[in-house]
Design a protein around this ligand. Sequence first.
Ligand SMILES: Nc1nc2c(ncn2[C@@H]2O[C@H](COP(=O)(O)OP(=O)(O)OP(=O)(O)O)[C@@H](O)[C@H]2O)c(=O)[nH]1
Ligand SMILES: C[S@@+](CC[C@H](N)C(=O)[O-])C[C@H]1O[C@@H](n2cnc3c(N)ncnc32)[C@H](O)[C@@H]1O
Ligand code: SF4
Ligand code: SF4
Length: 352
Amino acid sequence: MTAVDVGMPSVRAETDDVSDRPDVPDLLDRFGRVARDLRVSITEKCSLRCTYCMPEEGLPAIPREQLLTTAEIVRLVGVATGLLGVQEVRFTGGEPLMRRDLEDIIAGCRRIAPGVPLALTSNAVGLAHRAQDLRDAGLTRVNISLDTVDRDHFARLTRRDRLDSVLAGIRAAKTVGFTRVKVNAVLMPETLDGAADLLQWCLDEGVELRFIEEMPLDADHEWARANMVTAQRLLEVLGARFTLTETPREDPSAPAERWSVDAGPATVGIIASVTRSFCSDCDRTRLTAEGTVRSCLFSDRETDLRAAVRGGATDDELAALWRGAMWNKWAGHGIDAADFVPPERSMGAIGG
Ligand SMILES: Nc1nc2c(ncn2[C@@H]2O[C@H](COP(=O)(O)OP(=O)(O)OP(=O)(O)O)[C@@H](O)[C@H]2O)c(=O)[nH]1
Ligand SMILES: C[S@@+](CC[C@H](N)C(=O)[O-])C[C@H]1O[C@@H](n2cnc3c(N)ncnc32)[C@H](O)[C@@H]1O
Ligand code: SF4
Ligand code: SF4
């Protein structure tokens, strides 16, 4: 972390003041954190309707002219990696595969940021047909969401009967040579009984499974702390079938804590965003599909870069706007605070 006088801001600072920001190129915030991990949402559309994320009818469509174009995404990724110290870029959504120009976006970003890892977070529906092209375009890594290997549970949770397509997508990701394919599973009461089967499937396939605590980011606003499956509860359930041993954290800003399974080398991860929050080490910055910078998943304060891009701003001007947006980033999500209010946008609308 960069050492600067960061003062004592409140957890949810509501200010745009950047007059006290030190003149450094990186995406520094008042708490001394530096964002190096950029997550770019490229669409609000999705082929699934996971209950913890989307409403049944899907999100309201973003008018085409409000979406960042391929060229605009590439330019902003160039600003982030070239001027702002971003070291990894992840494409997300909505479902990034819903954009037919995803391969062009990846190829453009690969050209503008040759040495930077480019990752994708996807539900893998239809990935089997595109995995090779995405790899050829320069994609480095893929994380895939899969909550259960039980077809009925999958169909109920995602409101779509697409388990086979997802499993084929995961296998294709391995076949075309993406290294360290990871599977993300959100912990839900309905799928907890199948958690050990999911882990066994991932062990058999040689992919790395991470369970994720559900956050209050569902479009239906049904999240309740009392109903949430905690990391602790999951460990009890998995412990009935596997021997789990906690391993040291690879990197303090990596959200997953890892346990070796049956003496390893395979591991299972848990992203305990709620009960063991990692906000104090957060290294994320986000671009929404409409081209706003969002400093934290939970903060609705956004800075419009699309208007600046379309108004003729230079790269240096865009970088300055981005730095200002991150300086006033909140300390953390504050889910346990008495006055917590979930953000207006749901996970799929922000870009998870
Ligand atoms: N609290 C919090 N959780 C996040 C954030 N971004 C993603 N998540 C959660 O972390 C899960 C995994 O995210 P991924 O998209 O796989 O990214 P990642 O964990 O950074 O990926 P790796 O670099 O492969 O570890 C998501 O499903 C979200 O639930 C964030 O900024 N804050
Ligand atoms: C919003 S999705 C977008 C990318 C892609 N559609 C997918 O599902 O991987 C990104 C990640 O957010 C996670 N997610 C969605 N809603 C969540 C919630 N309420 N709490 C925690 N994670 C959530 C998903 O499981 C997924 O891993
Ligand atoms: S989690 Fe991903 S796949 Fe599921 S509804 Fe949200 S955006 Fe779609
Ligand atoms: S909730 Fe906000 S501060 Fe916490 S890890 Fe996520 S983006 Fe970072």
